[in-house]
Design a protein around this ligand. Structure first.
Ligand code: FAD
Ligand code: SF4
Length: 592
């Protein structure tokens, strides 16, 4: 029997970007707010201070900042005919844990999605008609426009100190920025980062081919910066230990220092770590949450009553908690009815490797998570879908992020895969190799979804979340076409056809492989929308069925884009926090 605790006004589940933003935005209301985080407490000092923070074995290989898979994981299968099996080792995505969530150890690419990416369905139908959209593709528009969310993108960029160059400033195309960018009101808070050799070579080659390269918007600060909340961020020193690592310089924006300390400065706010939320509790009507049940590190269970519950536990955690708790109708792929678990989507990756001459040195040990040059010429709706025969496309880039030798091990072509020959090949290739990579959009489909696994259970006895996902023909076409573009750019850089080229870990033309790491950019499962038949939450991320529950994060995104999701995820968290503070708290109940 769980121990019943004194009630609070608000419980927030998870301390990543979404939980952190809502916590900071609501804490000043004077409400009693409790944030429950399953992972450990961590802060820049002492947890991310060098030299221990550069321990590649601990952070890059053993993924110290990720979720403990021995206690909870997901099961995976490609289609409904297969038996799903548990992900017992870190696979295609890395679920973050601990204060700051994945935001403490992400890379920092901080995008605004393009206008079409906010209205993929109507934008496509208007231009090309319905025929380009296969019958099983379930894409839908966001319930809010780019214009609605633009000020919130701006807010998130300012919090993070994003380094970049505007491409479309109040409708005027800017030299050096992304000419396909949606109209923005303000320049990025910081100038772009210092380009590397690989970025300069990519820029030259893509310009020669007639494309439009620009520096990736990075939450790795190009200079010292104080954000509008008075939080100081340091300048990035390109330490090359970025993705999967915490940042000793506070140069990589993270909620653990931009949000959580500001929330904690309010007496009504409490952060409780090692607190695993097992369930959102509902009253007898099933229409009102009464709080949550959580387990501490010793396995003791507590019932925490609350008037308002914010679920901000990443895509998988959000969907799992909704399904466990009976919030919203579970999705049924056979009938297409139900909403929780619907419209799961992912991203595709791939690229071509380029060998550069021996007198050109790439210095890959220097780098930052979001350091890179990008083109959008084949992404979003910036090209002719009808001619290409697919929708969505991909961004193409040359980046230089974590070059530590346990993570980055290129070899010369033909090297053996082990022993002295492998080592020799690696030593020769390390300084003289670069990649031209792509990141592809993935649409949502009737057959790609999440539900509860009938067989496997977690440490606390709850069914694991089961993911059913496979590439569909549209995405295979995106991968094949973009790979060819990458090869052409690689050929332009090297002056010859690239010696080796990988058609992506995604393996175009074959089934989705969940084993190698790809990206942590999962989307969907608790989609936001205008229609309760096709969305689990309304435009303010409020559950249609249980109005005192809000569900935040990329679970709200109806399909995936050709760029990373945390820009929209952060902007939408600010948008939802405003709605909670200005509308819901004044008049609790359904906002739509
Ligand atoms: C290695 C890596 C690199 C990335 N790089 C980029 C990038 O460059 N650009 C980009 O846009 N995105 C990137 N991402 C994705 C980005 O980190 C996420 O989109 C973002 O952090 C999501 O924020 P969130 O608050 O939704 O979830 P999270 O940051 O995952 O936070 C969720 C929190 O909830 C906690 N939690 C979960 N379940 C429970 C529970 N039941 N009870 C209590 N607590 C719970 C977790 O421990 C976690 O702390 C990257 C992710 C990873 C892992
Ligand atoms: S590369 Fe820059 S932002 Fe990344 S961890 Fe190092 S100093 Fe921080």
């Amino acid at each position: 029997m769980p121990t019943k605790l004194p009630p609070v006004d608000v419980v927030i589940v998870g301390s990543g970007w979404t939980g952190g933003i809502v916590a900071k935005e609501l804490a000043s209301t004077g409400l009693k707010i409790l944030m429950l985080e399953r992972g450990k407490f961590q802060d820049t000092n002492p947890d991310f201070i060098a030299p221990q923070s550069h321990d590649a074995l601990k952070y890059s290989r053993r993924l110290d900042l990720a979720q403990d898979l021995s206690k909870e994981t997901i099961t995976f299968r490609n289609d409904r005919g297969q038996t799903a099996l548990p992900m017992r080792q870190y696979g295609f995505f890395i679920p973050g844990s601990g204060v700051g969530g994945s935001g403490a150890h992400w890379s920092g690419l901080t995008w605004r999605w393009g206008e079409w990416e906010h209205r993929m369905l109507s934008g496509t139908v208007e231009k090309y008609g319905r025929s380009l959209i296969p019958e099983d593709m379930t894409i839908q528009d966001w319930p809010i426009s780019y214009k609605d969310i633009e000020p919130y993108y701006d807010r998130f960029e300012k919090v993070c100190g994003v380094s970049g160059k505007a491409g479309n400033l109040r409708g005027k195309i800017q030299a050096g920025g992304n000419p396909f960018e949606a109209r923005r009101q303000n320049e990025f808070p910081l100038p772009p980062m210092t380009p590397t050799q690989s970025m300069t070579m990519f820029e030259g080659a893509t310009k020669k081919l007639g494309y439009h390269p620009f520096p990736i918007p990075a939450s790795n600060c190009s200079t010292d910066y104080v954000n509008p909340d008075g939080v100081a961020l340091g300048a990035c020193h390109y330490c090359g230990h970025c993705t999967n690592y915490g940042c000793e310089a506070n140069a990589k924006a993270s909620p653990h220092f931009t949000m959580i300390p500001l929330a904690r400065a309010n007496t009504g706010f409490e952060l409780r770590t090692n607190a695993m939320v097992l369930k959102v509790n509902l009253d007898s009507t099933g229409k009102k949450a009464t709080g949550v049940t959580y387990a501490d590190a010793r396995g003791r269970e507590f019932e925490q009553p609350a008037d308002l519950v914010i679920v901000s536990a990443f895509v998988m955690g959000n969907v799992q908690l909704m399904l466990h708790s009976g919030i919203g109708k579970p999705y049924d792929p056979q009938t297409g009815e139900g909403v929780v678990g619907r419209n799961y989507a992912y991203q595709s990756l791939g690229g071509a490797r380029v060998e550069v001459p021996r007198d050109v040195f790439m210095n890959p040990f220097m780098g930052a998570g979001a350091l890179g040059m990008w083109i959008d010429d084949f992404a979003s709706n910036n090209f002719d879908f009808a001619k290409a025969g697919y929708i969505g496309g991909a961004g193409i880039s040359a980046g230089q992020n974590s070059g530590d030798p346990l993570t980055y091990r290129p070899t010369t072509p033909g090297s053996p895969r082990w022993g002295a020959g492998w080592k020799k090949g690696m030593v020769e290739a390390y300084q003289h190799t670069m990649s031209v990579g792509f990141q592809g959009a993935v649409m949502s489909y009737r057959q790609n979804y999440m539900d509860l696994d009938p067989t496997y259970r977690d440490h606390w006895g709850r069914p694991l979340l089961r993911l059913t996902f496979d590439w569909q023909s549209n995405e295979q076409k995106v991968m094949a076409a973009t790979f060819a573009h990458c090869q052409r750019i690689a050929g332009e850089i090297s002056g010859k056809a690239p010696a080796t080229a990988t058609p992506g870990r995604a393996m175009a033309g074959r089934r989705f492989n969940s084993v190698p790491y790809q990206t942590s950019h999962n989307t969907g499962g608790a989609v936001f929308g205008d229609d309760p038949r096709t969305s689990a939450v309304n435009k303010y991320m409020q559950s249609w069925d249980v109005p005192n529950v809000f569900v935040l994060g990329a679970s709200a995104l109806p399909q995936n884009a050709a760029r990373n999701p945390t820009g929209p995820v952060g902007a939408l968290a600010f948008w939802a926090a405003d709605a909670i503070r200005e509308k819901y708290l004044k008049r609790p109940g359904r906002l739509v």
